[in-house]
Write a protein that binds this ligand. Structure first.
Ligand SMILES: NC(=O)c1ccc[n+]([C@@H]2O[C@H](COP(=O)([O-])OP(=O)(O)OC[C@H]3O[C@@H](n4cnc5c(N)ncnc54)[C@H](OP(=O)(O)O)[C@@H]3O)[C@@H](O)[C@H]2O)c1
Length: 251
């Protein structure tokens, strides 16, 4: 198949591209680093010529509901419109477990994106996954005040981004199937512990305080609303195994 990966340079997108190549698919990467800004792109229909599946793993680093909604609706509309014009048969988007229980802040944009895809012209699949193990690294890099790293309180059931990517390629091969079964990691973790363990593995001895993020999305993170409610598919690699493998790679 010819697969366009929107966000193919990102945390999960890099694994999606690798998994697709490994299974013999042709990959077209759509990202600013590949010369395509999907907020203001022209000629996207031509880029999607001959593409069978668009996999959308774009993201924007924001906690603003307006910014997130603007980003995800603009980019999804661009991909859906150009995809329909180019004859794309399957639009596959990665979303997040539990966002309908807290459609606030960043999750507001993801929720709007899901609704656009469901109402869109192209047969679709939406996979909701829990946070990646890599989310600890993303939070360590982003949740900062000056030189201080913060650890947002959150109950999560993290999954390896590589396993999410492999599953996305399975779903791409299956064809459009609407709401896919949710995907989660093998065990529940405490996000502050994950962030501190990641920091220690990088050699940091800094104090990293836990913080309760404000608003409904912060509350949902703390009270378990973003854990799977039903029976999800389960990834295999635990957070500690992921961190062990990462540390071994870096030595
Ligand atoms: N992180 C998690 O724990 C997690 C868990 C479950 C689901 N998800 C969902 O999975 C998706 C991917 O998350 P991620 O953490 O892998 O994201 P990420 O690492 O932040 O990567 C974002 C990707 O989007 C691209 N991008 C951003 N702005 C763009 C633009 N204007 N035009 C074109 N490309 C653009 C980036 O490339 P350039 O910077 O080169 O443009 C990058 O490839 C998101 O929708 C997220 O909600 C994430």
């Amino acid at each position: 198949m010819r697969i366009a990966v929107a966000g193919g340079t990102g945390t999960v997108g890099t694994h999606v591209g690798e998994a697709a190549h490994a299974r013999g698919h042709e990959v077209i990467t759509l990202a600013r680093a590949a010369g395509v800004d999907l907020r203001s792109v022209s000629g996207l229909t031509d880029r999607l010529a001959g593409v069978d599946v668009v996999i959308d793993v774009l993201s924007v680093p924001t906690i603003s509901a307006d910014e997130s909604t603007q980003f995800f609706t603009t980019t999804s509309r661009a991909l859906l419109d150009a995809g329909a014009a180019a004859g794309v048969r399957h639009h596959l988007v990665l979303s997040i477990v539990g966002i309908d229980r807290a459609p606030e802040a960043y999750y507001a944009g993801k929720f709007a994106q899901e609704r656009l895809v469901e109402a869109g012209p192209t047969p679709w699949t939406i996979l909701r996954a829990t946070q990646f193990h890599e989310f600890a690294a993303q939070m360590y890099g982003r949740a900062k005040v000056g030189p201080f790293h913060l650890a947002p309180k959150m109950r999560t059931r993290p999954v390896a981004a590589s396993e999410v990517a492999a599953h996305l390629i399975d779903l791409a091969a299956t064809g459009a199937s609407g709401r896919a079964r949710e995907l989660a990691g093998p065990r529940e973790e405490d996000l502050p512990r994950m962030i501190r363990a990641y920091a220690r593995a990088r050699g940091s001895r800094a104090w990293i305080p836990s913080v309760a993020l404000p608003g409904a999305s912060g509350r949902a993170q703390r009270d378990g609303s973003l854990l799977p409610a039903g029976k999800p598919l389960l990834g295999r690699q635990t957070f500690d195994e992921w961190l062990g493998a990462l540390s071994a790679e870096n030595h």
